[in-house]
Design a protein around this ligand. Structure first.
Ligand SMILES: N[C@@H](CCC(=O)N[C@@H](CS)C(=O)NCC(=O)O)C(=O)O
Length: 220
């Protein structure tokens, strides 16, 4: 049934949901928030996407899955003052590359460590977790010199790549602390936390910190 506003199936504590929430908040796009805390919203969501990975956006006849595609959809159908995908295709390519970096080399290993902890102890994957932690370490080391020269992930302008970086660096640091020697990554994470759109998403997620299986640190 078409609704006036786009309908977002998401959870406030979920990193990929926050990636989209940042985009919505940056341009103050009105939307119908179907929180997956709610059983009815959960049932609607499960019917929309058998993979059961969230967020999912329903906008008129469009059902959009995958956080990056949702941010791209919003940029196309609900453009605002903050252009999260640059108009210049070369600049857009840099944004899309950095978005892939944060999804694949920060979020994926971060989720691996967290999901492993949710398994019964007897079937945990110590080798896979060690590999994931090594990947996080490599990602921090690669990102650090880059962020010495950039305010935001793809340059001077806040973009889709920062929508990804914000929640992924936030949780990655809880999962595998970013050491002091990666001062540029730490400073970038602090800049992201100070951005009002992400600060709002972090605040909305505070009631759910007990869900973090490694134990949420008493900070941020
Ligand atoms: N590739 C998906 C990943 C989404 C994802 O992993 N979402 C997590 C929440 S942050 C999820 O659905 N977890 C539920 C599960 O794994 O069963 C995207 O970009 O949206």
């Amino acid at each position: 049934m078409p609704t006036k506003f786009p309908r977002l199936y998401a959870h406030p504590f979920s990193s990929y949901s926050q990636k989209v929430l940042i985009a919505l908040y940056e341009n103050a796009i009105p939307f119908d928030y179907r929180s997956l805390e709610d059983a009815t919203a959960n049932a609607e969501f499960a019917a929309l996407w058998p993979m059961k990975r969230f967020p999912v956006l329903v906008d008129g006849e469009h059902v959009v899955r995958e956080a990056t595609c949702i941010v791209e959809h919003l940029a196309l159908h609900h453009p605002g003052k903050v252009r999260l995908i640059p108009e210049d295709p070369r600049a857009a390519l840099e944004v899309r590359w950095m978005d892939r970096f944060f999804d694949n080399y920060l979020s994926t290993p971060q989720q691996k460590v967290v999901f492993d902890r949710l398994r019964p102890e007897a079937i945990r994957d110590a080798h896979g977790v060690a590999e994931a932690r090594a990947m996080l370490e490599t990602a921090y080391a690669w990102l650090d010199p880059l962020m010495a020269t950039r305010e935001w992930a793809a340059g001077d302008t806040f973009s889709l790549a920062d929508c990804a970086a914000a929640p992924f660096l936030f949780y990655a640091d809880w999962t595998h602390p970013i050491e002091a020697r990666f001062a540029n990554v730490r400073a970038y994470r602090a800049r992201l936390l100070a951005r009002p759109s992400f600060a709002r998403a972090v605040d909305e997620a505070r009631p759910y910190r007990a869900y973090f299986p490694l134990g949420a640190p008493d900070r941020d």
